[in-house]
Design a protein around this ligand. Structure first.
Ligand SMILES: *Cc1c(COP(=O)(O)O)cnc(C)c1O
Length: 221
């Protein structure tokens, strides 16, 4: 419990100077921790689990920008569609179509990021380059009116090898630059507690940071 206020202040100073948006990742943390950071001025919070996000949204101030950063199943989009600010993990066209449908029901446009697979590991979610190209082509053709693809998101390999991580971030930035003009992309979400500095050096303008602000997560509770 209790947030690291000193880390928050140095992080926000560092990121503001570079025009990087901080998403505070509050998954598994109690609403009281979020409130503490909110009272220090933080407004962007990220969650991975639909039920947890929906519960916290009800309990916390209405001007929080809620980011969904986990793996989203199509059948759960409806629970967050009324309020979610940005969905980071869109990794299939089917999911995008469902988000569009639920956004329409709620009379709003939902901002999305496409998750790109950049890590060496097999287990991480995300689109490969061929899938990305196909998804963007479908999006353009079908003219989905209630979703807006704002940019890309990616997670680097979980490794201490800075060269490997840098290579993966550069790969994502290169893809972002390739599509940004044609699709009017502005957001590149990459970097977490352990690698956000490398991510920002390599072009990230949105970082998702949890443990540095809230301490280590305890999944056993
Ligand atoms: C949990 C999580 C983070 C934050 O991780 P930390 O290492 O605690 O900063 C960032 N992005 C995603 C997608 C996550 O699931």
């Amino acid at each position: 419990m209790a947030v690291n206020a000193a880390a928050f202040h140095s992080l926000t100073t560092e990121l503001a100077a570079k025009n990087v948006t901080l998403v505070a990742v509050s998954k598994t943390k109690p609403a009281t921790d979020i409130e503490e950071l909110y009272n220090l001025g933080q407004r962007h919070f990220g969650e991975n689990y639909v039920q947890e996000l929906a519960d916290k949204q009800l309990a916390l101030p209405p001007d929080i920008h809620w980011h969904f950063i986990g793996h989203l199943q199509s059948n759960k989009v409806k629970y967050i569609a009324p309020f979610v600010y940005l969905i980071h993990g869109v990794d299939s066209y089917k999911l995008l179509v469902e988000i569009n449908k639920q956004a329409m029901k709620n009379n709003r446009t939902i901002q999305c990021l496409l998750q790109i697979h950049i890590a060496e590991e097999e287990t991480k979610f995300g689109l490969n380059e061929a899938e990305l190209d196909e998804l963007l082509r479908n999006y353009k053709n079908d003219n989905l009116s209630n979703v807006a693809i704002k940019g890309f998101m990616g997670m680097a390999s979980f490794t201490n090898d800075a060269n490997q991580v840098t290579k993966e971030f550069i790969h994502l930035k290169t893809l972002f630059d390739l599509y940004k003009t044609a699709f009017n992309l502005g957001v590149l979400s990459m970097g977490m507690s352990g690698d956000y500095q490398l991510a920002v050096e390599n072009g990230s303008n949105m970082v998702r940071i949890g443990s540095l602000l809230f301490g280590e997560r305890n999944y056993t509770k």
